[in-house]
Design a protein around this ligand. Structure first.
Ligand code: C2E
Ligand code: MG
Ligand code: MG
Ligand code: MG
Length: 287
């Protein structure tokens, strides 16, 4: 089906192998959830040009007992196909919210101001997803405005009740970010109808931003759109000082990428956050 409609292909051993691998992966993942093989890392989202901490994005990691680390780009699609993403996503959301509360207790005003959690199309399609978000906020005591839910344009376009769920989530006070923007439908109409607060410009545009080619034009146009629509633009996958400088010159304030920091364990964020606070701009007037 992936090769187009109305085609016939010979089912060969390799395909058999592949679907067996997929089934195996899904079975292992089901077990991973119950046996502590999953954990979250958190990647800083910073404010340019000084690199102060604006927030963090939770990114799931799986250490397979035999195969070692498996990236989310491999197992999230498998989890989506099998529906396992629903319990997996619920676990991720709860972990991230708990951690956000822990940072607030530990670090006070120096805690990350927002914690972003990726939500897949399948989760968003699930009736009552907004209800689950509200329940997690209630259980953990996290103030809604600290949570950001990251969804892709494609997930919102998925139809069904995705948009209604997002509206219900936004009504809770939770922030919505459109992830990987530019790689999906990238409809300007969506920006009008979707209750988004943040637009994350995909790494593929950031990669070539210094070449002053078509990607630069897109990146420059997007900041204009975001400013006009009161969306916060975040540049994803910033890897070099040159890219950071160019993005700042184009008017970007927020960035995320290896140039600033790789995804870090929660304990490392507890050190990173206090060290990346804005300098006191109004020193106390008392002598
Ligand atoms: P994403 O949400 O766009 O996350 C950003 C990805 O880019 C992360 O990959 C991050 O490690 C990587 N990245 C950040 N800065 C740089 C950089 O400067 N250079 C390069 N080359 N990469 C950079 P990761 O953690 O492998 O996640 C890949 C994707 O898997 C995510 O893309 C997201 O779509 C999905 N994912 C990750 N965690 C979760 C999760 O908890 N739930 C769901 N549903 N999806 C997740
Ligand atoms: Mg994301
Ligand atoms: Mg992204
Ligand atoms: Mg991306």
């Amino acid at each position: 089906k992936g090769q187009g409609k109305g085609r016939q292909v010979v089912f060969d051993d390799r395909m058999d192998q592949r679907s067996a691998d997929q089934a195996r992966l899904a079975a292992d993942l089901r077990c991973a959830l119950d046996t502590d093989q999953l954990h979250l890392l958190y990647q800083p989202i910073v404010e340019m040009p000084d690199g102060t901490l604006a927030g963090v994005e939770a990114l799931v990691r799986w250490t397979h007992p035999e195969r070692g680390p498996i990236g989310p780009a491999v197992f999230i699609p498998a989890a989506e196909r099998t529906g396992l993403i629903v319990p997996l996503g619920a676990w991720i959301l709860e972990q991230a919210c708990r951690q956000a509360v822990r940072w607030q207790e530990e670090l006070g005003a120096a805690a990350p101001r927002t914690v972003s959690v990726n939500v897949s199309a399948r989760q968003l399609r699930e009736a009552g997803f907004a209800f689950e978000v509200a329940a997690v906020l209630g259980r953990t005591g996290l103030p809604p405005h600290v949570l950001t839910v990251e969804v892709t344009e494609t997930a919102v376009f998925d139809g069904g009740t995705a948009l209604e769920e997002l509206e219900a989530i936004a009504a809770l006070g939770v922030k919505i970010a459109l992830d990987d923007f530019g790689t999906g439908h990238s409809s300007l109409g969506l920006l009008r109808t979707c209750p988004a607060d943040v637009l994350k410009v995909d790494k593929s545009f950031v990669d070539d931003v210094t070449t002053d080619g078509p990607q630069t034009v897109v990146v420059a146009a997007l900041i204009g759109i975001c400013d006009g629509m009161r969306l916060r633009a975040v540049a994803e996958g910033v890897e070099t000082a040159g890219q950071a400088a160019k993005l700042h010159e184009l008017g970007y304030r927020y960035a995320q990428g290896y140039f600033y920091s790789r995804p870090l364990p929660a304990e490392a964020i507890a050190t990173y956050a206090p060290a990346h606070q804005p300098a006191l701009r109004h020193p106390a007037a008392t002598p």
